[in-house]
Design a protein around this ligand. Structure first.
Ligand SMILES: [Zn+2]
Length: 290
C-alpha cells in the first residue's frame, strides 16, 4: 500500500529517469483508471506532451505537463508505476501505458485495479488538493499543529491521523509504527493526549516516514519502485504485521486489533489504552494527601 515514503521513492525515480520525456502515445488498458471525464479526453490531454516536472502531494504523484496540465496518479492499494526497460513488459493487470518518445514505456499496473490516473488543469489540481492537510516534512507541520487541529476531538487518534485532511501521506503502516514509537494506544481519544505525547507523536511521524524513504519504502507483496525494485523498510518495522512476535520495546507480544475498521498492530504494554497519568495535577493531589 503506497504511502508517503513509497510514493516519494517512486517520485525520485521519476525525477531521475523520466522527467523531460515526451509522451508520444498512450493507451488506456483498463477503463477504470481514468474515471471522469473518460479515457478519450484523458488521452487527448496527455498525448504529445512533455513531462516538465514531478512532485508529490500526500500519496498523490503529480507529473507536470508542458501544457500546464498535470497527470495525477494515485496508486491506492497495489498500484505499480514501472519503466520498461529496464523492467520487462508486464503481461497482466495493465491499466495504462505511456509510450515515451525515446522508445521507453511507462506502465501502470495494478492487480487490485484501484489505481487512478487523471489529467487536471492547474485550477482543478488546486481544488483537488484544497482539503489535504500539511505535508509532514513541511514547516506547517509543527509540533503544535496536531494538538491545535485535532487536540479537542473525542474521536480515536488513529483514524484521525489516517484522515488525509489532518496530515497528508500517512497510511496504515506508518501510523501504527509512529503510535508505537510514541507509546500511544491507537484507540485513545485525541482529546486525552497530553502535551508530551503530542510531542512524541509529532517526532515519531516524521522520523518513521524519513526512515521509510531511507529504506526505499515497505514491500510486503505489491509495492515496487519505478525500476521494479522492492523496498526494505519491512525489515525495520516494530509492530506492523508482527502479530505474536516480540515487542522490541518491552519483550511483550505484539497483538492485532481493529481500530476504525483497519487492521492495527500494538503492544498493549508499551501503548496502554488508558494512557499516561497527568502527573501535573494528580501529583499535586497526592502531595496534599501526604
Ligand atoms: Zn512493548
Amino acid at each position: 500500500m503506497p504511502e508517503l515514503p513509497e510514493v516519494e521513492t517512486i517520485l525520485r525515480d521519476v525525477q531521475r529517469y523520466i522527467a523531460g520525456a515526451e509522451v508520444a502515445g498512450a493507451e488506456v488498458l483498463d477503463e477504470r483508471i481514468a474515471g471522469h471525464p473518460g479515457s478519450e479526453v484523458f488521452l487527448k490531454r496527455l498525448t504529445g506532451r512533455s513531462i516538465t516536472e514531478a512532485w508529490r502531494r500526500g500519496k498523490h504523484l503529480v507529473l507536470g505537463l508542458d501544457s500546464g496540465d498535470s497527470l495525477v496518479l494515485q496508486l491506492k492499494i497495489g498500484g505499480q508505476l514501472l519503466l520498461v526497460p529496464p523492467v520487462e513488459m508486464p503481461t497482466t493487470d495493465l491499466m495504462l501505458r505511456l509510450d515515451l518518445e525515446d522508445g521507453r514505456k511507462v506502465v501502470l499496473r495494478d492487480e487490485t485495479s484501484y489505481t487512478r490516473a487523471q489529467v487536471f488543469t492547474a485550477q482543478e489540481l488546486e481544488e483537488r488538493f484544497a482539503n489535504l492537510g500539511p505535508e509532514p516534512f513541511d514547516k506547517a507541520f509543527t509540533v503544535d499543529y496536531l494538538p491545535e487541529s485535532i487536540g479537542k476531538r473525542r474521536a480515536q487518534i488513529k483514524p484521525l491521523l489516517l484522515d488525509q485532511r489532518t496530515v497528508a501521506g500517512v497510511g496504515n503502516i506508518y501510523v501504527d509504527e509512529a503510535l508505537f514509537e510514541a507509546g500511544i494506544n491507537p484507540r485513545r481519544k485525541a482529546s486525552s493526549l497530553l502535551r508530551a505525547e503530542w510531542e512524541r507523536l509529532h517526532r515519531a511521524i516524521v522520523s518513521n516516514l524519513e526512515a521509510g524513504i531511507e529504506h526505499r519504502g515497505t514491500t510486503f507483496s505489491l509495492y515496487r519502485d519505478l525500476l521494479g525494485r522492492k523496498g526494505t523498510h519491512q525489515d525495520h518495522l516494530k509492530v506492523f504485521l508482527r502479530t505474536g512476535k516480540e515487542c522490541p520495546g518491552c519483550g511483550g507480544v505484539v497483538v492485532k486489533m481493529t481500530v476504525g475498521g483497519r487492521a492495527t498492530f500494538v503492544c498493549e504494554t508499551c501503548q496502554p489504552e488508558e494512557g499516561e497519568k497527568d502527573t501535573g495535577s494528580e501529583g499535586a493531589e497526592q502531595l496534599e494527601l501526604l
